[in-house]
Ligand binder design. Structure first.
Ligand SMILES: Cc1cc2nc3c(=O)[nH]c(=O)nc-3n(C[C@H](O)[C@H](O)[C@H](O)COP(=O)(O)OP(=O)(O)OC[C@H]3O[C@@H](n4cnc5c(N)ncnc54)[C@H](O)[C@@H]3O)c2cc1C
Length: 385
């Protein structure tokens, strides 16, 4: 598969990856390891800022085939503090459930790991269009047109390239987040959060506010449904004030897909991975684990099709892999989210007063208990409506 096919003046790649975030970089590393002749195109120069809480679950880390260097790990947490109005609860596991990272540094590291596998990476080159043909895909940038047998679109939640495979998400199928970084000393962060992340429900319609610990700052943000969050920036400003953060902060807004909706994620030669495919936990907003894993699945599927000389069932294997690993989980994350937010007064009061429910939820975060079983268990044990 390392053979580079030159047709006329065209260089034909096995795969072109659009986007060098966690999904594109993971796809790139896997493609390189599998011997695919790969080009990764990223519009920004790395390291670049990405609005995010930076919570990297142990579930996400389990998908990486390398250790995270100490300097990337900014904080480690074993549990969560969850707040609803005047109620608060805190629960912990006896092991780490999440590591806090800064996305500029983490994403840069993942992209270096992709490069290490021998693929070609071009940063600062934005893809402006993709066209699928029967035997290849043409990928256009301002600089030139490239050709590949397959394309992985890992452009994230924003961008329009994904529409060559699926329709734009309706207002129900994505949320809005606004996030900022509040400088703090390690002692302040330790004193306030210890080994926990903080999540507050009831402050952002259909979602929550968060305060996550990092080495030199708190990530403070709010996220919710578009229809229930008419003034997202003001909502964050109010949340910052409520938490005693009164400085001048730069706010960053970003879309976030809600997983669990039916979305087409493959064309005949194009795969959507990560946020572009809508793979995000609809209740917590966790997307990094799914971005990494779907990127790897996309590369593995394409390698298999290339090996079989394009004669297999095409890219459908990608859908089966995603469905088998977390299809049901994400579908039920959406159901759980809808149920909790439909009756917030009752459901979040139970959530923040019941240690058993919090303990079980941490198992979901840990991926040792899935949302389907969690929802069933919750409905059996509590009257949420
Ligand atoms: C405010 C906020 C907080 C979040 N907090 C968490 C959290 O704590 N934990 C968690 O697990 N998840 C979190 N998420 C979700 C998580 O950020 C995403 O799921 C994850 O970034 C998806 O990775 P990705 O690689 O698919 O997309 P991205 O990380 O968005 O990467 C896409 C890349 O593609 C590039 N690109 C875009 N268009 C083009 C183009 N046309 N040509 C070339 N390159 C292009 C972009 O520059 C970018 O580098 C959060 C999301 C938001 C919005």
């Amino acid at each position: 598969m390392q053979v580079i096919i030159v047709t006329g003046e065209w260089l034909m790649y096995d795969v072109i990856i659009v986007g060098g975030g966690p999904s594109g970089a993971s796809a790139g590393r896997q493609a390189g390891k599998l011997g695919l002749n790969t080009l990764l195109l990223e519009k920004e120069e790395f390291p670049r800022y990405k609005p995010c809480g930076g919570g990297l679950s142990d579930h996400a880390i389990s998908y990486l085939d390398f250790e995270l260097p100490e300097d990337i790990i900014e904080w480690e947490v074993t549990g969560a503090k969850v707040i609803f109005k005047d109620q608060r609860i805190e629960a912990h596991k006896d092991h780490r459930i999440s590591t806090l990272v800064s996305r500029d540094i983490f994403d840069n590291f993942l992209l270096e790991k992709a490069r290490e596998s021998g693929i070609e990476v071009r940063t600062g080159e934005k893809v402006t269009g993709c066209r699928e043909f029967s035997d290849c895909v043409e990928v256009e940038t301002k600089e030139k047109t490239y050709r590949a047998r397959f394309v992985i679109i890992a452009e994230g939640a924003h961008g329009h390239l994904k529409t060559c495979v699926r329709a734009v998400d309706g207002r129900e199928a994505y949320g809005i987040c606004v996030v900022t970084e509040v400088p703090a000393t390690e002692a302040e962060i330790e004193g306030r959060l210890g080994r926990a992340v903080e999540m507050e429900f009831g402050v952002a319609g259909g979602g929550y506010g968060w305060v996550f610990p990092h080495r030199t700052y708190y990530s403070v943000g709010i996220g919710g449904l578009v229809k229930d969050l008419s003034h997202p920036r003001q909502t964050l400003l109010d949340y910052l004030k409520k938490n005693g953060f009164t400085g001048e902060y730069k706010l960053h807004g970003h879309k976030i897909p809600r997983g669990g909706f039916k979305r087409r994620v493959t064309g005949s030669r194009i795969i959507l991975s990560g946020d572009a495919g809508g793979f995000v936990d609809a209740f917590s907003g966790e997307g990094l684990a799914y971005a990494i894993r779907t990127g790897q699945f996309a590369a593995e599927t394409i390698a298999e099709v290339c090996q079989q000389g394009d004669k297999s069932k095409g890219l459908k294997k990608y859908e089966s892999l995603c469905k088998a690993e977390f299809g049901t989980h994400l579908k039920y994350s959406l159901m759980f989210s809808k149920l909790m937010h439909r009756y917030p007064e009752k459901s979040f009061r139970i959530f923040t007063s019941n240690k058993k429910m919090m303990d079980k939820y941490l198992e979901v975060v840990d991926f040792s208990f899935n949302y389907k079983d969690f929802l069933r268990w919750t409905l059996l044990n509590f009257k949420l409506r």
